[in-house]
Design a protein around this ligand. Structure first.
Ligand SMILES: NC(=O)c1ccc[n+]([C@@H]2O[C@H](COP(=O)([O-])OP(=O)(O)OC[C@H]3O[C@@H](n4cnc5c(N)ncnc54)[C@H](O)[C@@H]3O)[C@@H](O)[C@H]2O)c1
Length: 251
């Protein structure tokens, strides 16, 4: 599905990002792995290489414009172009009401989910335009990006913003061959979710109850949808917020 493409993946050290890195590499992509935890990225790159794939670990923080620029440059220098990007790094929490939430939590949520995605878009798009062959970008939003969920308010706001950025970027670059879509991810069994559920067990019950399929997703189920959007198989899909949520947003 992704043969010959270079795909940058942020938040690649665990959860949905790591699952997408494995799946995209198995589908033929050279994957450029970005996250802050160097050891985890190196281990994942080794695993992918041992399975016959191509992977480049690039430690960095998406909230740093300089780090993101460096990773995009390394992708182009190492593999010749940047064809697709999965802007997936994110963070959130639950269980605290708006008036009790400390400012530093608000700042971290906005920085990672919104500024991080913004940094990625503004370096990835020029790299794709320079190559002349366009590209496909997928940003990770959430059901919290479409309505209020059990997550904290700034996370709901941030994931709404991810969809706004996605639509704006899709509108600005659609005529130049760059597609931009958002994944509306439902409750998925990852490190982030395990940490939230450990502190607030009701989040699992609530998430599972809201999904028509009455379960959490496995990260691979999100990875498969991401890979389709990153690939040319979704060539007439842009500016979309695609639910992969077990039917949660249908009811
Ligand atoms: N798990 C769920 O139920 C769920 C539901 C909806 C949306 N999401 C979204 O899916 C995405 C992936 O989350 P996950 O569930 O796989 O969680 P996870 O914690 O397993 O993965 C998040 C990844 O982002 C990385 N990351 C965090 N801050 C970063 C930063 N500043 N710079 C670079 N990397 C950073 C982490 O190191 C990790 O690799 C996030 O955007 C999250 O908001 C998750």
């Amino acid at each position: 599905m992704l043969k010959g493409k270079t795909v940058m993946i942020t938040g690649a050290s665990s959860g949905i990002g790591a699952a997408t890195a494995r799946y995209a590499a198995a589908q033929g992509a050279a994957v450029v792995l970005m996250a802050r935890r160097k050891d985890k990225l190196e281990n994942l790159a080794e695993e992918i290489t041992a399975a016959g794939g191509r992977a480049l670990p690039c430690p960095g923080d998406v909230t740093s414009d300089e780090d993101v620029r460096r990773v995009v440059d390394r992708a182009v220098d190492s593999f010749g172009s940047l064809d697709a990007a999965f802007n997936n790094a994110g963070w959130g929490t639950a269980g605290t009401r708006l008036h009790e939430l400390p400012d530093d939590v608000y700042d971290r949520i906005m920085d990672v989910n919104v500024r991080g995605g913004w940094n990625c878009l503004r370096h990835q798009i020029p790299a794709m335009l320079a190559a002349g062959s366009g590209g496909s970008i997928v940003n990770t939003s959430s059901t919290a990006g479409q309505f209020a969920t059990g997550a904290v308010a700034p996370y709901v706001a941030a994931k709404h913003a991810v969809i706004g950025l996605t639509r704006a970027a899709a509108a600005e670059y659609g005529d130049r061959g760059v597609r931009v879509n958002a994944l509306v991810v439902g409750t998925t069994r990852t490190e982030l979710m395990e940490e939230v559920v450990r502190r607030f067990p009701e989040v699992e019950t609530h998430g599972v109850a809201r999904a028509i399929q009455r379960r959490m997703a496995d990260p691979l189920e999100i990875a498969q949808a991401a890979a389709w959007l990153l690939s040319d198989q979704s060539s007439f899909v842009t500016g979309a917020a695609v639910p992969v949520d077990g039917g949660c947003s249908a009811v």
